[in-house]
Design a protein around this ligand. Structure first.
Ligand SMILES: [Fe+2]
Length: 322
């Protein structure tokens, strides 16, 4: 039998895990002589032609207008240099050119102008973002693996937090910080004994304090990572309550970062709809009733409202499981 939450947890986190874009080559010609010294001509078009009037690229050199030199590329990585029978010839690394492949560092002379062909890897921001995300996800899975009861928890919480962020129209930077924080929110449990995490009976005061420590341990684990500064702050505050009764700082209302208030609702909803050592899971409807009854106490009413609306939209758009 498919449980209700299985329908939701099968939903993919929107950042793709598989399609990592490749680094792209960036090619250009740098002018090494004459009055344009230092000028960089980017070779970004499929077909680049140098030194002919009225065509896409011209060297700013009156002599160059008499040259007939063509640079052809088909895939942004491989360039060919062709001398179209110019009167005073084109040279590549001091050898006369008729047709030749260009490699990084090649020196080209067209008349009196000397150029250097430069090819370097272009840092693809999207590629780096994907790498970061996948690394964080691996860390999150390591935490999940420690506790069989919370398997898949981090990914589901990330999904819920993400749909709330979208519903509340948070910008990409804030939504991204929430995603990282959601994936890593319980990483501090690495520092809490399994005996306590898996205990079915009521926790002693001391054990409860040990569990509460996970937010500060989590914050200190990810805080040194430069791009996770905001996320570490969200992790610290994800157990604060709207009425000030939460931990670790007992923050109240708007003084709790919005991102942490969002994560708090997402975390609680997944905890309610999955089995825990001490109780069975609730249905989505039952969990929503519980979340709503704590709106204004544990949870920010605005966040609860956004979550219900986002979840409703999602359920309407998800085909029913048989
Ligand atoms: Fe937590």
């Amino acid at each position: 039998m498919v449980r209700e939450y299985d329908k939701i947890r099968s939903t993919k986190i929107s950042m793709s895990e598989t399609e990592i874009p490749k680094l792209r080559k960036e090619s250009s010609l740098v002018v090494l002589s004459g009055k344009e010294i230092g000028k960089e001509i980017r070779l970004t078009q499929e077909k680049s032609i140098l030194g002919r009037h009225g065509l896409d690229i011209q060297i700013d050199d009156e002599k160059a207008s008499r040259q007939h030199v063509k640079i052809i590329t088909t895939d942004f990585e491989n360039y060919e240099l062709i001398d179209l029978n110019s009167t005073n010839h084109t040279y590549l690394n001091n050898k006369k050119v008729t047709e030749s492949k260009l490699a990084n560092g090649d020196k080209i002379r067209i008349g009196d102008t000397i150029l250097k062909f430069v090819q370097k890897d272009e840092i693809d921001v999207e590629y780096i973002r994907q790498l970061n995300f996948n690394t964080i996800k691996a860390l999150a899975l390591a935490v999940d693996a420690k506790d069989p009861y919370t398997r898949g928890h981090a990914e589901r919480v990330t999904h819920y937090a993400d749909i709330i962020a979208v519903e509340m129209a948070l910008d990409n930077t804030r939504a991204g910080a929430i995603k990282y924080a959601a994936l890593l929110h319980d990483i501090g449990k690495i520092g809490v004994s399994e005996h306590i995490l898996e205990k079915k009976k009521k926790l002693s005061e001391e054990e409860w304090e040990a569990i509460k420590n996970h937010v500060e341990i989590g914050e200190s684990i990810i805080e040194p990572i430069d791009f996770l500064q905001t996320s570490s702050m969200i992790v610290r505050h994800h157990h604060e309550h709207f009425d000030g009764s939460g931990y670790p700082d007992g923050l109240k209302g708007d003084s709790i970062p919005l991102e942490a208030r969002i994560l708090g609702v997402a975390d609680a909803f997944d905890a309610l709809t999955t089995d825990r050592p001490y109780r069975k899971h609730k249905t989505i409807a039952e969990a929503l009733v519980e979340i709503s009854s704590n709106s204004g106490r544990q949870f920010d009413p605005e966040v609860v409202k956004a979550f219900k609306s986002a979840l409703k939209k999602e359920t309407e758009n998800t085909p029913r499981a048989e």
